[in-house]
Ligand binder design. Structure first.
Ligand SMILES: [Zn+2]
Ligand SMILES: [Zn+2]
Length: 486
């Protein structure tokens, strides 16, 4: 018995004839689109699981062409043969009109003869060349007029430039005999195969590769704005009050309102909620410089993740990378999305202070494909020697996830700690607020917070802070050091 027939029996058991008539009427309205509130469930995606499933291919392309399988004919041999036969050497083709010149990278498909023995065979179309040596015709696709930069890792065909966007160039393998294409095509179900001829662009079947072009300026981690920083020493009590603000608001995770309350009613210091926010932002600018300058060496193994935050009512992300040996934060970055640019910024900063860059550096993250592209970008542009390991889902379904899950759990504990320290803010009014709190959280986490795993030492112990008994005293010392950083 089908699910629907069982449901009909259930209805008949529970409702009277009149009620069933009413149900039918309401359902007819829904089907006829007369009820704007209720629509039948759309099962299109369920029936077409590969529809618009665009994902990043984890294998980077080859940057050199695969060694060619020896052609059936050899142009050098053809030259020798011709000389024997006619007594004369075959001269290269003379092309009078420069518009008809053949680009250097084009070779004869049959005998590999270079461009000087080829000429266009079909007039202005320029889509076919004929070889003077073997007389065969080779196609020159519009897509391959320019020399290839990358080759498909699956079939070795040159990739053509598919789309050019401001931040990236997309390359694609268009060969219909590519093993990657054929295996993806086999995965389509019957309904998807019916759609394929008319909606081929909605299915990702061919191998593609995105080459990102970020500039140095784009790759700088988010830093708090410089705000009234002269105020730091201008009023006699400011630094003292400011450090109490940081102790309660950051180290103890009290909300700005509660911090102002403690200052007023415990320490009898007149401070408003707004004072707390202002002081936080003044301190964040200096602490950001301090965090970057004093974070010390990073491990050749970095684990990263992003935490959801709310900024002006919209979703945002705080990216973190952690060095497992001392559990210290090696980079943080706030962004409005979790795409390739913020992932690259966070990873680049994380590996900046790895001492020995000659060995490979491992980055462990979740399945977010942005990290695949970030690793590829840094390897390509900076020779970073990065390898990427993924920990996927909540259960270990593959050996890689099993091996690296303990590291993922470390960064999840960091995320929980971050949420504890920032939850009181209940979301941020503006991006700078989010950046300021993320920065100060990092200062607290790396330099002030004792860690049980480290025998209650802080992740980055500094001799300058030793012997200072109170948290507010340590914050004051950090600020004093920070203002000397250029
Ligand atoms: Zn030829
Ligand atoms: Zn291919």
């Amino acid at each position: 018995m089908t699910q629907v027939s069982r449901f009909v029996i259930w209805i008949c058991r529970h409702f009277t004839k009149t009620q069933i008539e009413l149900i039918i009427k309401e359902l007819t309205d829904v089907l006829a689109n007369r009820n704007p509130e209720v629509k039948p469930r759309d099962d299109f995606q369920e029936k077409h699981p590969h529809w618009r499933k665009y994902s990043v291919d984890p294998t980077p392309p080859r940057s050199t062409p695969p060694t060619p399988t020896s052609p059936k004919l050899n142009w050098k041999q053809l030259l020798v043969d011709s000389k024997k036969k006619t007594g004369k050497e075959v001269s290269p083709v003379v092309i009078r009109n420069p518009k008809n010149a053949i680009p250097n990278h084009i070779h004869c498909h049959w005998c590999s003869a270079p461009q000087e023995y080829l000429y266009y065979n079909n007039g202005k179309q320029h889509s076919q060349v004929r070889c003077k040596l073997c007389k065969h015709v080779s196609p020159v696709s519009q897509r391959y007029r320019k020399p290839a930069k990358y080759w498909c890792p699956h079939c070795g065909h040159p990739l053509y430039l598919w789309k050019q966007q401001p931040d990236r160039s997309l390359y694609k393998c268009d060969w219909d005999g590519c093993s990657y294409f054929l295996s993806n095509k086999r995965k389509l179900n019957k309904l998807e195969r019916l759609l394929l001829p008319t909606k081929s662009s909605q299915f990702k079947l061919h191998y593609s590769y995105a080459e990102y072009h970020f500039t140095e300026e784009q790759l700088i981690p988010s830093s708090p704005e410089k705000k009234d920083t002269d105020k730091l020493y201008s009023i006699r009590n400011t630094l003292n009050t400011l450090c109490l603000v940081l102790t309660f608001h950051i180290s103890l995770g009290l909300s700005a309102r509660k911090t102002a309350f403690v200052l007023r009613h415990v320490f009898a210091i007149p401070a408003s909620y707004q004072t707390v926010l202002n002081y936080t932002q003044i301190a964040a600018y200096h602490c950001h410089k301090f965090n970057l300058a004093y974070k010390g060496d990073a491990d050749p193994l970095q684990v990263g993740d992003e935490v959801c935050i709310k900024v002006s009512g919209k979703k945002g992300y705080a990216f973190f990378f952690l060095s497992p040996s001392r559990r210290k934060i090696t980079s943080y970055h706030c962004a409005s999305n979790r795409e390739v640019l913020p992932a690259t910024i966070a990873l680049k900063e994380a590996i900046r202070t790895v001492p020995d860059k000659t060995n490979t550096i491992t980055a462990i993250t979740d399945g977010n494909p942005s990290y695949i592209a970030a690793v590829d970008f840094l390897n390509r542009t900076e020779n970073a020697g990065l390898t990427h390991k993924k920990v996927i889902g909540l259960q270990n379904l593959d050996t890689e996830s099993e091996e690296y899950r303990p590291f993922k759990q470390m960064i999840e504990r960091l995320s929980r700690s971050f949420r504890f320290h920032t939850n009181a803010a209940c979301g941020f009014k503006e991006p700078n607020g989010a950046i300021a709190l993320t920065t100060l959280f990092t200062t607290h986490y790396n330099f002030l917070r004792p860690h049980a795993f480290l025998n209650y030492e802080v992740p980055c112990p500094l001799p300058q802070l030793q012997g200072i008994a109170t948290l507010q005293g340590k914050w004051a010392k950090i600020l004093r050091i920070a203002t000397t950083i250029a």
